[in-house]
Design a binder for this molecule. Structure first.
Ligand code: SF4
Length: 407
């Protein structure tokens, strides 16, 4: 009989165990699953020879990359660590190797620009009702089957040229000020892929007294993350699932770097909120929600809000039904029962889980109707009823948030 190594034996055992668990309708949980487990990984690939013939006005040399032999380069921004030969385009489609140097192609060239209420991000515990001047370029380092913005996230810059605008960092700050926005949100697609543009803009915005908000899949390497933390005021970060296999199958990423990002922001004292899109058949599992909440409590504590968002059929999962509202209600209850202080239901209008309730006295602090806030019961950063400090970054004056005037 053919001998197998100890490693093969261990991997084989894990694969069998994985299969056995999966056959009961529950995938293995957490990072570090053995590679031998049969999982379809949809991670993106480098586009060989797909770079444009020459650079353009919105090209900038990339930050944090290394030159390798034979004029190849490796990007250090995200865990994909794209290795590009001259003429290649990155997984995120927005970086290329031109003559042995790495270039970003989207610097100062957003394809989506809007002024949104901050609640839309969603950020519920950071300066309610301020405007967020929001922008995105093309590109993403993931391949989510359910992407809501695939027209821009899974496109090359030249494919959406009619929608592009020229806004260099100083122009973004000026445009935000003109729009009366107290914050700039890097959002819609994946800002990690326009890291150079984001961080240069964020530095200028910070100097101008504008808050910087990062809406992201959190799939970033430690070094750029620490650089970003220096200019960041708040973030909304996805936790797509608490299952490394689902990360590979549904998103084309891995779980562990995402969890590391949460721990780093926690260590750096930056307010963030987590979003978990509940995708039927993929991430709608009570045990997974419990394990995710357990990790949150053990590693970053109970004070970071967690939003359970309703899925709607999109992109490659357009035949799935929307998430039942009852499932979202249940997961929010589970999160609160386990000890998280703030859990929300999103993408469901007028659900009680849209509102904020004091984690101590349970009275309603903030009532939300869409992006309106008809009721606001904080005094500074404290509950009006029991004086408990509410985690987050709040206005000093209640008058900043009361009123029913649309933003
Ligand atoms: S940011 Fe883009 S180019 Fe850099 S490693 Fe990630 S996917 Fe590759």
């Amino acid at each position: 009989m053919k001998k197998i190594s100890r490693r093969q034996f261990i991997c084989g055992g894990a694969a069998c165990l994985s299969a056995a668990i999966a056959s009961q309708g529950f995938g293995p949980i957490g990072p570090g699953i053995c590679e031998a487990a049969a999982v379809k990984d949809i991670r993106g690939k480098v586009f060989k020879g797909d770079a444009p013939k020459k650079l353009w006005k919105w090209s900038r040399e990339g930050f944090l990359y290394k030159k390798l032999k034979n004029a190849k380069v490796v990007c250090g921004i995200c865990p994909n660590r794209c290795i590009l030969a001259p003429g290649d385009r990155s997984v995120c489609r927005s970086k290329v190797n031109m003559n042995g140097k790495l270039y970003s192609l989207t610097y100062g060239n957003p394809c989506a620009v809007n002024t949104d209420p901050i609640e839309k991000k969603p950020l519920f515990h950071f300066k309610p009702r301020i405007k967020a001047f929001s922008l995105a370029t093309t590109g993403c380092n993931f391949r989510c089957l359910n992407c809501q913005n695939w027209e821009i996230s899974q496109a090359r810059p030249d494919e959406v040229a009619p929608y592009m605008r020229e806004l260099f960092p100083a122009d973004v700050v000026a445009a935000a000020q003109k729009a009366g926005a107290r914050s700039i949100a890097y959002t819609y697609s994946e800002p990690i892929t326009f890291f150079e543009y984001m961080i240069d803009t964020a530095r200028l915005a910070g100097e101008a007294g504008i808050y910087n908000l990062w809406i992201s899949n959190a799939y970033i390497n430690p070094k750029p993350l620490l650089a970003l933390c220096k200019v960041l005021d708040a973030a909304t970060l996805n936790i797509k699932s608490y299952d490394d296999r689902i990360y590979r199958q549904l998103n084309g990423g891995r779980l562990k770097p995402v969890l590391n990002t949460f721990k780093t922001l926690h260590d750096q004292g930056i307010h963030f909120e987590m979003i978990n899109l509940v995708v039927p058949g993929y991430t709608d599992k009570e045990d997974m929600v419990k394990a995710m909440c357990g990790w949150i409590l053990d590693n970053i504590g109970p004070d970071y809000p967690l939003h359970f968002l309703r899925f709607f059929p999109r992109y490659k999962l357009d035949r799935l039904p929307p998430t039942p509202v009852s499932a979202l209600t249940r997961y929010r209850e589970l999160a609160l029962q386990q000890g998280l202080h703030y859990a929300y239901v999103g993408n469901v209008a007028r659900h009680a889980g849209n509102n904020t309730y004091c984690h101590n006295c349970k009275r309603m602090l903030i009532e939300r109707q869409g992006y309106f806030i008809p009721t606001y019961n904080l005094v500074g950063s404290h509950c009006k009823f029991c004086d408990t400090r509410i985690p987050g970054v709040w206005h000093e004056a209640t008058s900043d948030v009361t009123g029913k005037v649309p933003l």
